[in-house]
Design a protein around this ligand. Sequence first.
Ligand code: GLN
Length: 492
Amino acid sequence: MTELHHLTLAQLNEGLRARRFSSVELARHFLGRIERLNPALNALITVTGEQALAQAQRADELLAAGEATSVLAGLPLIHKDIFCTDGVLTTCGSRMLSNFVAPYDATIVERLSQAGVVMLGKANMDEFAMGSSNETSWYGPVKNPWDLKKVPGGSSGGSAAAVAARLAPVATATDTGGSIRQPAALTGLTGFKPTYGRVSRYGMIAFASSLDQAGTLTYTAKDAAMVLRDMAGFDPRDSTSVDTPVPDYLAELDQPLTGLKIGLVKEFFEGGLEESTANLIREALRVYERMGAKLIEVSLPNLPLSVPTYYVVAPAECSSNLSRFDGVRFGYRCENPKNLEDMYKRSRGEGFGAEVKRRIMTGTYVLSAGYYDAYYLRAQKVRRLITDDFARAFQQVDVLMGPTSPTPAFDIGAKVDDPITMYLNDIYTIGANLAGLPAMSVPCGKVTMGDTSLPVGLQIIGPHFAEAKLLNVAHGYQNETLWHRDIPKGYE
Ligand code: GLN
């Protein structure tokens, strides 16, 4: 029997419009699953049941009156806990904000709620979005529904685990160095990161402002297109938001892929990539060839420098962004401070976890007088070279493809004591952030390990503002394959 949590957003929208079920029924169904299944996953920090039912009730009234204009009206969603939600706890996965009730909505929260979306709760995440495994959260690690001993990826691990376990048909997420695509790959979802500036960052708690971008975790590219239409667009409250019209992403989905030029990034297939993952990527490329696409090898010679570049730029920006958390204006304050300096030191010392402190220290160091030129300025120059490499590749090809992550989901605890190994998880995703490009991950197979099988993601990267193209390319693949329909055992 098809149950409500087996349906994509597009199917749920049809069902609502055809009155097969109501928004309140939908909200109840998913809230029930959250109550039953979330304790083992730890995917949500806050559940907003009452508010969800009230929003659903309103959506039902609009639908009944024929006044619900957005295809998202009445559909349930989970927001990553990095987005400010008016009157609702907004922790960013940190003890520092464990008492912070946001006084306003982030732009995307506001836009989606105006579209009639029903917020079920807030998703767990790596502390301040720093991590690749969702183990740095003050609220404890998130488990991967494909195997509870494995990580779901990070930093949007709560969003990914929730959608993969069918606790909601969509979750918002953010991607600074891969945090939408990598967890999408590790949990078998479609993860979409738009062009930098396409979606407003207002009310999204800043990690590295020149890299952060909001996007979605869904089952299909079509669902991502549905949500992006309402999320994207110019926002005068974000000075880096780009003022170009938002195309109708749904309209382009079915364009044929004959003649599509796919660039295979040479550097993606050299060393570090597990053979079983590489085979599934090659298999996916053959599907594209059958649809009439052409494969062309391209080289991005500076791409191997992307991880070290990122781990200078991102900590530099985070050290500045996180200086606002000082125990004075909001967030955590230590008990009985002796004086002002003690209050600053202990509030930050107790409020931030180890990974966040490591980044703040690295960032402060690379920005300090005497080291600025050697590290920060140099990293910015390399960033330009990487961006130019991508631009050159896009003169030859329409999109780039390769793996999203070098390995499938790994064991919880396996990499926590070795930050460098952890940072290398992002080796394929970080380039797109440094260059501000749109990129996504779609499920393209599973590798079997003992008695579990774990999902693998195919990464697709496009030129700036090629969102419609990416979604079209991914949708074509999903018409030919069924990987995006797989549900982890126990969550059917
Ligand atoms: N894993 C990367 C980091 O730890 C990327 C995180 C992200 O995209 N938010 O910084």
